[in-house]
Design a binder for this molecule. Structure first.
Ligand SMILES: NC(=O)c1ccc[n+]([C@@H]2O[C@H](COP(=O)([O-])OP(=O)(O)OC[C@H]3O[C@@H](n4cnc5c(N)ncnc54)[C@H](O)[C@@H]3O)[C@@H](O)[C@H]2O)c1
Length: 244
């Protein structure tokens, strides 16, 4: 119940899917949670929970990050935890991808987490501690999804490893999870493609998709002091898909 007692946590993409599951879990474990998202309507709903505040943030904006991290430190004194979780996806085939598609995807999925680390780590370094966890994707590891989404997640993986190497000396940890297909609004349309879905489930050793809470639980571990000597950690959460 108290694994995050008195911690101040920012969770991006906290208004939906896995981010919303993390917001609920972290608040239940005693943290004060700032759900940061671009979707104001969903933010209002999640901010009704105890110990949760909603803050509008476009993760691809340097100015937004500067303002949100400053507002959190001004109000709560510090940032103990940052979860870089906000993201967008696409199933576009390579021959359909435009430069604008590529740029937007990377701006949100890779530049966004980079900016989060840049701004939050400034305060974490001053405090002499901090935990950052990134939601990447198994597409950064396996040869699946030859498109701009996988590329953006591969970029995030490299950023996370470099940040872990750089920030360890300041007692700021950076870890990353790699979910397989998880049942969230992002993947809701996939269920319309019954054949593809059956193939995916059959190819998954655990014979099912993942649930947002199953990713949130793993991220919680990295966020807590229980993981005090883990940085640069990478955890696949995909029901065994990438182990085949
Ligand atoms: N669902 C999956 O199968 C799956 C698998 C692997 C990785 N992921 C990753 O997990 C993360 C969460 O995805 P989800 O499935 O919960 O999706 P989701 O669509 O339910 O939630 C994503 C959230 O990110 C927010 N967001 C989008 N652009 C933003 C921006 N510019 N600034 C701030 N917030 C923004 C959205 O408003 C939304 O609330 C994403 O990074 C996604 O790439 C998802």
């Amino acid at each position: 119940m108290d694994r995050l007692k008195d911690k101040i946590a920012i969770i991006t993409g906290g208004a939906s899917g896995m981010g919303a599951a993390m917001v609920k879990l972290f608040a239940g474990e005693g943290a004060t949670v700032i759900a940061a998202d671009i979707n104001e309507e969903n933010l209002q709903k999640i901010a009704e929970l105890d110990q949760v505040e909603g803050m509008k943030l476009d993760v691809s904006s340097d100015e937004n990050w500067a303002a949100v991290t400053k507002a959190v430190v001004d109000k709560y004194g510090r940032i103990d935890i940052l979860i870089n979780n906000a993201g967008i996806s696409s199933e576009k085939a390579p021959d359909q991808i435009t430069e604008a598609d590529w740029t937007l995807m990377h701006k949100i999925n890779s530049f966004g987490p980079f900016l989060g680390i840049k701004h939050a780590s400034k305060y974490m370094k001053e405090a002499g501690k901090g935990s950052i966890v990134n939601t990447c994707s198994y597409t950064a590891i396996i040869g699946s999804g030859f498109n701009h989404y996988s590329a953006s997640k591969g970029s995030l993986r490299a950023i996370a490893r470099a940040a872990a190497a750089e920030l360890g000396q300041f007692n700021v940890r950076v870890n990353t999870v790699f979910p397989g297909v998880i049942e969230t609004p992002m993947t809701a349309t996939l269920t319309e493609y019954k054949d593809a879905m059956n193939m995916l489930v059959n190819a998954t050793p655990m014979k099912r998709l993942g649930k947002p809470e199953e990713v949130a639980n793993a991220i919680l571990f990295f966020a807590t002091d229980e993981a005090s000597y883990i940085t640069g950690g990478e955890l696949v959460i995909d029901g065994g898909y990438s182990a085949r």
